[in-house]
Design a protein around this ligand. Structure first.
Ligand SMILES: Nc1ncnc2c1ncn2[C@@H]1O[C@H](COP(=O)(O)OP(=O)(O)OP(=O)(O)O)[C@@H](O)[C@H]1O
Length: 612
């Protein structure tokens, strides 16, 4: 394996008596005691739902244990702050970009020198795929792309959730070779797997029973002997049987003092340095002294320094970077870009066909048509924004979740979405007004009136866009976002005050209309186009009674409605940020609250108490 930069020293990961409760009080993990030495390739095995992913997150310090302790180089994970990579099962690379570009953005975001990308691509055998779009990579190549992202910051520990799942045996074997080589260069590598072949290539194997109990750890040979099995498939079966009879479980790795001396001196599972991932090179009985205490301390110190120098760009730098990346994603996805540009054009054309010309002519106005023209302009502007915003976040939630655990800040992230999309929306709004004016569907007025109408439509679009972003942050996939569309649009039509004027609505409807951005945009457009003057003094006898039914809807200066629209947009962005912060936290929390743990009689872990 080609190494780029200085080979990192792996970290020692130590878990003592760790357990994890999930909602409903069930203990998803019990009594895990495990010691993973630097340079080890460790496989976590167990049936489906046994808790492998949870244990991986626990080991990575992304989840806090309900009971017991997790230590990285003898310290709480948050305090040790060891540079580590985590490759979840979800994609963590944008599919819409070329592989090299995607990695360069990831490197910049994490504060790494983008020149490292070429080396990492070579390291993972992806150099000849560098210019290919991530979407067109094979499953195995995409898995390696995920690992490449994590190697950009030269982690000391790499955690991978089922990296070989879905790969053919040969590709899986090559990936395990790569991980073994990585471990041999000094990185501590921990992975979950269902594959007996993967386990045979590990230095250390840990098994969980189907109900989350720790069933023991050891070298592959040790585990086979301990369960009197010839293959790991037999170990799976033995562990499943024993899970119903805990007393008969074979002896597990003995607990050790996590804060004490390095387990180089404890009788834990022992392994000599992994040579290209071949477990035959591991020593079953011997101690595991590959790292001295001094070298571990040095490694930890180097890791902390590396962590500090890798804080990534500041808020403005992130905003610029994310805006650029978003722009590139938008332009490269030609079909979506065409739909984004094409749909406002089509709607503008439809509006031009729908309304007849001259309805704003003071000599022969059509009061009800003028109200409809302005309502549909307001709704069109809102709808463009909503449609643009709805798919922005939910489609890349896996990437956001992973990037949040590195350096991503939500302020610059959300600001980049608005910066990128609002100018496009404003252009569509301007076009809408221009086309309608050119076709005599809007009043013959000066720049002041059109300036006011434009500001209103741009703010209506901003409100739609931010509501779309909020919704996108709340749902889990684009399908759910699409289902939300009618729910978000119908009230904006019904309670806008255009079809049923606000004074004529039932009490509850009047209250609901306050929460509709479309109401305020419609009123601002009406005030900007001076509907009151046209209806009161125009030649149509229908004007005065219509004006009476709309009450003072158009009596307020447009800027008062603009302030309300700005307020809504700010509120939507803040809620979107709050939701994203909950869904993509920078540090994971326990699955149940501390109060719930105490009320259920669990002893909260030291991490759970201190890290929050
Ligand atoms: N956030 C959560 N809230 C409640 N229960 C959870 C949560 N995450 C996981 N669980 C439960 O904990 C158990 C272990 O889940 P986990 O994802 O770790 O299993 P796994 O061994 O990785 O499974 P698989 O091999 O199928 O991926 C499962 O029963 C799962 O339903």
């Amino acid at each position: 394996m080609t190494q780029t930069g200085q080979a990192p020293d792996g970290a020692r990961i130590h878990v003592t008596g760790a357990g994890l409760r999930v909602r409903g009080g069930r203990e998803a993990l019990r009594d895990v005691t495990l010691d993973i030495a630097p340079r080890q390739l460790t496989g976590i095995a167990g049936g489906s739902g046994a808790g492998k992913s949870l244990l991986l997150e626990l080991l990575a310090g992304l989840r806090l244990p309900s009971t017991g302790l997790v230590r990285h180089d003898g310290q709480e994970p948050a305090r040790a702050a060891i540079p580590s990579g985590f490759v979840p099962q979800d994609d963590i690379v944008h599919r819409g970009l070329g592989l090299r570009r995607s990695l360069e953005y990831a490197a910049r975001l994490r504060g790494a020198d983008p020149r490292i990308v070429e080396g990492v691509l070579l390291e993972l055998g992806l150099a000849d795929r560098a210019d290919q779009s991530v979407a067109t990579l094979s499953g195995g190549e995409r898995k390696r792309a995920g690992i490449a992202v994590e190697l950009l910051t030269r982690p000391r520990v790499l955690f991978l959730d089922e990296p070989t799942s879905g790969l053919d045996p040969a590709t899986g074997e090559r990936l395990m070779d790569t991980l073994g080589e990585l471990a041999a260069t000094g990185v501590t590598v921990v992975l979950t797997t269902h594959s007996p072949a993967d386990l045979a290539r590990c230095d250390l194997v840990a098994f969980l029973t189907p109900d989350g109990e720790f069933a023991g750890s050891g070298t592959p040979d040790q585990m086979l002997r301990r369960f009197d099995a010839r293959t790991f498939t037999e170990v799976y079966a033995a562990v499943a049987v024993n899970s119903t009879e805990p007393a008969e479980l074979p002896a597990t790795t003995p607990p050790a003092d996590p804060d004490g001396p390095s387990s180089a001196t404890t009788p834990m599972v022992s392994a000599t340095p992994a040579t290209a991932g071949h477990p035959s090179a591991t020593s079953v009985e011997g101690p595991a002294p590959r790292e001295t205490d001094a070298s571990q301390r040095e490694g930890a110190e180097r890791g902390k320094q590396a962590g500090r120098s890798r804080l990534g760009p500041g808020a403005v730098g992130q905003w610029l970077l994310l805006t650029r990346r978003g722009g590139e994603l938008l332009v490269r996805d030609r079909l979506s870009a065409a739909i984004m540009v094409g749909s406002p054009l089509m709607i503008v054309a439809m509006f031009a066909l729908l309304f007849r010309p001259g309805v704003f002519d003071p000599g022969l106005p059509s009061p009800s048509s003028t109200a409809m023209v302005l309502f549909w302009i307001a709704f069109g502007a809102f709808f463009f924004g909503l449609a643009y915003g709805l798919l922005q976040i939910c489609g890349e939630l896996g990437v956001v979740r992973r990037e949040r655990l590195t350096t991503l800040r939500l302020g610059p992230y959300l600001a980049s979405k608005v910066t990128l999309l609002l100018p496009v929306l404003a252009l569509a709004d301007a076009l809408l007004l221009l086309v309608l004016r050119a076709g005599d569907r809007l009043p013959d007025a000066g720049l002041d009136v059109y300036g006011s109408l434009f500001v209103t439509t741009a703010l209506a679009s901003a409100a739609g866009l931010t509501l779309g972003l909020l919704t996108s942050a709340a749902v889990s996939d684009p399908g759910q976002a699409a289902l939300m569309l009618p729910l978000l649009c119908f009230p904006q039509v019904l309670f806008s005050g255009a079809f049923v004027p606000v004074p004529l609505m039932a009490g509850a409807g009047q209250w609901l209309s306050v929460a509709m951005t479309n109401r305020w945009a419609f009123e601002a457009l009406g005030a900007g186009a001076d509907l009151e003057g046209l209806w009161a003094r125009g030649a149509s006898p229908l004007g005065p009674p219509l004006l009476a039914s709309y009450g003072d809807s158009f009596a307020h200066a447009p800027w008062t409605r603009w302030l309300i629209l700005v307020g809504f947009s700010v509120f939507f962005v803040l809620v979107a940020g709050w939701l994203l912060n909950r869904r993509c936290p920078t540090v994971r929390r326990p699955l149940v609250s501390r109060r719930q743990q105490v009320s259920r009689g669990a002893r909260p872990s030291a991490e759970g108490t201190r890290s929050r």
